[in-house]
Structures are given as C-alpha cells and as structure tokens.
Design a protein around this ligand. Structure first.
Ligand SMILES: *Cc1c(COP(=O)(O)O)cnc(C)c1O
Length: 473
C-alpha cells in the first residue's frame, strides 16, 4: 500500500498541500497561545515547523497530515508557554541537587527576597551617617559571629570565591604590608599565564578535583593567574611533599575538600593545621576550598563527618571558601571567611566588583544566617529539615502515595510499575515535572526531598504518567 507507484503523489505536490501559516496561527489563537506568548514567537514557531517539514518531504519523507502538524505545533507552543525555568518536584532523595537548583529557601529568606526585589533598600547607604555604606557589610557580622572568623565577604558562587581568593592572595605575602589604595592589576605575564614569573599555588594531587559542571580546580587556578604545583600522589600526600615544593615564588597552600568522592584505603593527607603551621613558618597563605561548608555538625543528622566552617577557621586557614546553596541552605553564593588581612585583600581586588552579590541575594543570605544565629536552622531551613526527617515521617508519606497509586516499594519510597526509563521520562515531562531516581530497573520516588504541600500534585503527576503508559502500551 505504501509502495511507490505511478499514482503516488510527488514530494512537490505534497508540499503544496501543507497548511497555510494563517490557518495554524488561527488555531494557536483559538488555543489562547497567541495571547500568552505574543504573535511574533507563534509566527516564528509556525514558520520553523513548516520549513522543517517542507525540507523533510522534499528529501523523500512522508508528509504528516494537517491535523498532526497542528497538534505538534500546539503541543510545542504550550510547552514554550509554560516557560523554560519551572518548578519541579525533587523525588530523587538527593537534598543538594545541583541540576534541580540546590537549596530551597526558608520562608523568611523568600520574604526577604520579595521586599528586596520589590522596592528600594539601603544597599549602599549608611542610614545613621547618611553617607555611602558598605554593600559587602550586610552579612559580614553574622558570618563572623557564626564562624569565628575575623572577616567575611560573599560573592556570586563558590567557584568565584576560590578564584578571587587565589587572585587576591597570590599578589603578596602575609608579612608584606599591603597598600591602602587598590592594588594595580598584576603584570600581563602573570595574568592567565604560567610563565616563569607566575606566583605558585601548591595543592595535593589527590585534591585536583572536578566538582561537576566542568568546574576543575586546575582550570580555576590557571584563570586566577597562578601556576599550579602539584604534590604527592592521588592517594597519599604528606606535609613533607608540600615543604619540598615550596620555592621563592610560592604564595599559597591550597586545600580542596573532596565533596563528591572519597578515597579509601591506603591514603594520607596533610591536615589543615599542618598546612597552617608550615605556611606561617614560610610566610605563605593557606586557602581552604571547603565546598559544602556546613555550620552545623553533620554527624548527629546521620551524615558522614563533614568539617564545619568553624573548625576550618579555628585551624587557622587564612581564607575558607564555601557555597551559600549547599549545606548552608541559602541562595546561590560563594562565601569567604578568614583572617582580617586576607579578607581586606579580597575586598580590594578588582575582580570583587565583577563577582559581587545583588541585593536580592544579600537579603536571602542574611535571612538564612539569622536562622543559625537564633539556633533554629535545623527547624527552619529546608535542606536541614529534609536531612533531619525521621524515618517514621518518610514512611507515612510513602504509605500515603502507595495507597493512592497501588505501587510497591521499601518502607520509605515508592516504586511505580513499568519500564523505568520510559516512566521516568514521562514523569519529567509531566506537569509539574517530577524527577525520581532509577535503581535496579525501577523508578524510585523518595519523599525526603518532596517539599511539604507537594504530595497531591506528585500523586496526580504519577497517576497521569501511569495512565499514559497504559494508553501507550
Ligand atoms: C561545589 C563546590 C565548588 C563550586 O561551588 P559553586 O557554589 O557551585 O560555585 C567548589 N569547590 C568545592 C570543593 C565544591 O564542593
């Protein structure tokens, strides 16, 4: 029936039968999509679709019916109308999930973002003196009190914090009294180069990590203008390795927390305290890239031992860098805390201006830090609430879902029936999108990271996905 014969249409005659742009535009209008998106984007989408189909048909593919063309177009436009960045249900059980936007914020942080965005603020105005104020100062007091550091400043993210820490400190030694005016930028040969003159940063080979999203410590080092000196081996690095690597151009000893993997077995690392005492003796800086940077002890929550920021400050690091949206549970930010002189050099560095925070983020960060100051972080900050959820609470929610879905699963999770990859894809494309994890060929939905109040929407989305699976299969 599909075999070509003398009566089969030619590609050219098929192309002539494609629906007209105006007809498709009317259909989009009837569906309310022109009102939602504006005429321009709809017309552009129609032209794109028709062009693509025309080319395919001329190349010999069969021509879709006008009905099918219209349906595909309206589906695509409805997807665009929902917006690119959308709320999603995190049913992965991974509390700090970079692809899902990391930390959800506390109610007070959200409220702070609202007023900061909606009106004017004293961002750079000292209200008492009526003079220009310090925009970097808003979160500094809280960060100092919470971490025990002499100084603190926040920038756009932790990658920026690490880059800035290295760029600012490699320009001189701790003993060198820094000028009070902004420092001139380093000579061109030091910038982004690894020439003979570049200051050196010493780091353990075992800590030359990629954090994800292409953030590689060696690349960041190079961008900051420093030359990288690797010491030790992947699994064993001793203080003596650092000591031997120190030369006349060495400025910084860098420690990097292995956030996303662990090295087990035959291992050794120099401790931060050891690096600090070596650095003091040799007039060098110590920068600690802590990554997650928890202010709470993690062990009582059943997590592995993560060093707290306070402990790293107490060990004497000149700068400790950590993220605002990992275990701190705040907005995307990179926080630097440390010794007065180091923080002063960071604030004066020309890159500081390029990496600084906006008022909305400063407001959310300050509100998040206030939870820690009031001793209520575990109760009010969503990431800690999720981490602290008791097994009974997880079991009760999972049982509720199972009852609504007729699914099975271990105590604290749900495993809907069906082909895992196909079901996971339908859940992701649902409304709201639901993201689970796949284990042993089954989709697993974990209540730990599903926000309070999302249960009904989640159950509806799962039902719809299972129903469309039934319809398809
Ligand atoms: C996550 C992480 C970073 C990057 O932090 P961002 O806030 O994502 O920029 C850097 N270093 C370590 C050790 C990390 O864990």
């Amino acid at each position: 029936m599909t075999a070509p014969d003398s009566s089969s249409p030619t590609p050219l005659s098929e192309v002539r039968k494609l629906p007209k742009t105006d007809l498709l535009l009317e259909a989009a209008d009837r569906a309310g999509l022109v009102a939602r998106l504006g005429r321009g984007p709809v017309v552009e989408a129609i032209r794109e679709d028709l062009d693509r189909i025309r080319k395919a048909v001329l190349a010999g593919e069969s021509c879709p019916t006008p009905g099918a063309i219209e349906e595909a177009l309206l589906g695509r436009l409805a997807e665009v109308a929902r917006g690119s960045l959308r709320p999603a249900v995190n049913a992965t059980g991974v509390v700090i999930h970079t692809n899902l936007g990391r930390a959800p914020l506390s109610l007070e942080a959200i409220e702070a973002m609202r007023w900061a965005a909606a009106g004017y603020t004293n961002l750079e105005l000292d209200l008492a003196a009526g003079e220009r104020g310090d925009r970097y100062g808003h979160a500094e007091g809280a960060l100092r009190r919470l971490t025990g550091a002499e100084g603190a400043v926040a920038v756009n993210n932790n990658a920026a914090a690490v880059m800035l820490a290295l760029a600012a400190l490699m320009e001189g030694r701790p003993s060198e009294v820094s000028a009070s005016s902004p420092q001139p930028s380093p000579p061109a040969r030091e910038r982004g180069s690894q020439g003979d003159e570049a200051p050196e940063v010493v780091v353990s080979r075992g800590e030359l990590v990629e954090i994800g999203g292409g953030f590689r410590i060696p690349d960041v080092l190079r961008r900051s203008g420093a030359a990288l000196v690797e010491v030790g081996t992947t699994n064993r690095t001793y203080l003596g390795d650092f000591e031997e690597a120190i030369g006349p151009r060495t400025r910084i000893l860098l420690s990097v927390h292995r956030s996303n993997f662990a090295v087990h077995g035959f291992t050794h690392d120099a401790t931060l305290a050891e690096l600090v005492s070596l650095a003091r003796a040799k007039d060098l800086w110590v920068v600690d890239d802590l990554g997650s940077g928890s202010l709470l002890e993690t062990r009582p929550f059943g997590l592995g031992d993560e060093p707290t920021v306070q402990a790293r400050v107490a060990a004497g690091a000149d700068l400790v860098c950590f993220s605002g949206d990992k275990l701190l549970g705040g907005p995307q930010a990179g926080i630097l805390v440390g010794r007065r002189e180091a923080i002063r050099r960071v604030k004066r560095h020309p890159l500081m201006r390029a990496l600084r925070l906006d008022k909305v983020t400063i407001a959310a960060l300050s509100a998040t830090l206030a939870h820690y100051e009031r001793g209520e972080a575990a109760r009010e900050i969503p990431v800690w609430r999720a981490i602290a959820l008791a097994p009974e609470a997880l079991r009760a929610r999972a049982e509720g879902w199972r009852a609504a879905l007729g699914a099975d699963g271990a105590a604290c999770e749900v495993r809907p029936p069906g082909d895992a990859d196909a079901l996971a894809a339908r859940l992701r494309r649902g409304d709201p999108p639901v993201v689970g994890r796949i284990e042993e060929g089954r989709v697993v939905l974990d209540p730990r990271t599903v926000m309070p109040g999302e249960d009904d929407a989640l159950v509806r989305a799962i039902r719809a996905s299972l129903a469309s699976a039934g319809a398809a299969g």
